[in-house]
Design a protein around this ligand. Structure first.
Ligand code: NDP
Length: 296
């Protein structure tokens, strides 16, 4: 039996960053414009610290300006909002990202609402969500954008395909569904209240899993030959019981890869699939925002 083709998100992200590096060099040379990204990290969450460090390193590696603001978890909300407003007014900054999740004491919606929509490179402001929903040029959330780039590269024209998206978050599920709709797919959105999810998934030409439940989607949920995009990032105990006993972990997706790879036509692995695309698309959104602000 032939196995599904692996969709190599790492290679795609590497080449996207290469193209962006060239574009940034051209913007500097021809327009004196250096795109700038400001990331705000509140609190000490270890995973967020790693993401923020990687974002900063990759932004600089592309030739862009990278600024990171680290605030303590006890910072008053008004101070965080004042920082966002100062960055809105800063002409050297074209993209503002507030690393989520914020500590519980913060009102995330209010903080996101304070970001200038033109600089909202995470695409989470209601203005950008509305633009996306009405097919107008928006800053689109990075993971959905990255998933779509991989899908279009793998399949070309998506017209008429039935896409099932499991998950309806504002960050992932909903914007992916909007993008699939824009690409002329017939889209079904599933969530925790969906009945007979497995049977629904078996109808999908494209199956997107954005759930946050390790290996929930089994091989027999997948239509033979379907394209599977696994957005999930879940940390589970290491396979080796001795290592697991030492607290060692591994990362798995929302899809049982070993089963799915025997049924699907194409599939994103975890790690190495959608994950690497997220930061690459953040850099792309920052370049897009800088060009729109500078009217280039
Ligand atoms: P959320 O927790 O915000 O949303 C999860 C969604 O899954 C909800 O809509 C929920 O339904 C649905 N769901 C939960 N349980 C089930 C179930 N048993 N059956 C069907 N649907 C279910 O998560 P996110 O959207 O933020 O993230 C989803 C996954 O993607 C996570 O693993 C996360 O780590 C990963 N992720 C990966 C990124 C990357 O860079 N690759 C970036 C962002 C996220 P309901 O609405 O009914 O509760």
């Amino acid at each position: 039996m032939t196995e599904a083709q692996r969709i190599d998100g790492k290679a795609f992200a590497d080449s996207l960053r290469g193209r962006l590096t060239q574009e940034v060099a051209a913007l500097k040379r021809d327009h004196g414009l250096t795109p700038g990204l400001a990331v705000i990290l509140v609190g000490e969450d270890p995973a967020s610290q790693i993401y923020v460090r990687n974002k900063g390193l990759q932004t600089e590696a592309c030739g862009m300006l990278s600024v990171t603001h680290r605030l303590s978890a006890t910072t008053p909300q008004a101070e965080l909002v004042a920082l966002v407003e100062a960055l809105n007014a800063d002409a050297t900054i074209h993209g503002i990202l507030v690393q989520l999740p914020l500590p519980d004491s913060f009102d995330s919606d209010a903080v996101i609402a304070a970001i200038d929509p033109a600089k909202d490179v995470d695409g989470l402001h209601v203005v950008n969500a509305g633009l996306l929903a009405t097919n107008q040029p928006a800053l689109t959330p990075c993971t959905p954008l990255g998933s779509m780039l991989l899908l279009k590269d793998a399949l070309g024209d998506l017209t008429g395909l039935h896409a099932v998206v499991i998950g309806r978050s504002n960050l992932v599920g909903k914007p992916i569904a909007q993008l699939l709709l824009q690409a002329n797919c017939t889209v079904t959105m599933a969530h925790s209240r969906t009945r007979d999810l497995a049977a629904l998934c078996r109808q999908a030409d494209i199956l997107v899993a954005a759930v946050g439940r390790p290996e929930m989607v089994r091989g027999d949920w997948i239509k033979p030959g379907a394209t599977v995009i696994d957005v999930g990032i879940n940390r589970v105990p290491a396979r080796d019981p001795a290592l697991a006993a030492e607290g060692k972990t591994r990362v798995v997706g929302d899809v049982a890869f070993d089963e799915a790879v025997k049924v699907a036509g194409q599939i994103t692995p975890v790690p190495g699939g959608v994950g690497p695309m997220t930061i690459a698309c953040l850099l792309q959104n920052t370049v897009t925002a800088a060009k729109r602000i500078a009217k280039i």
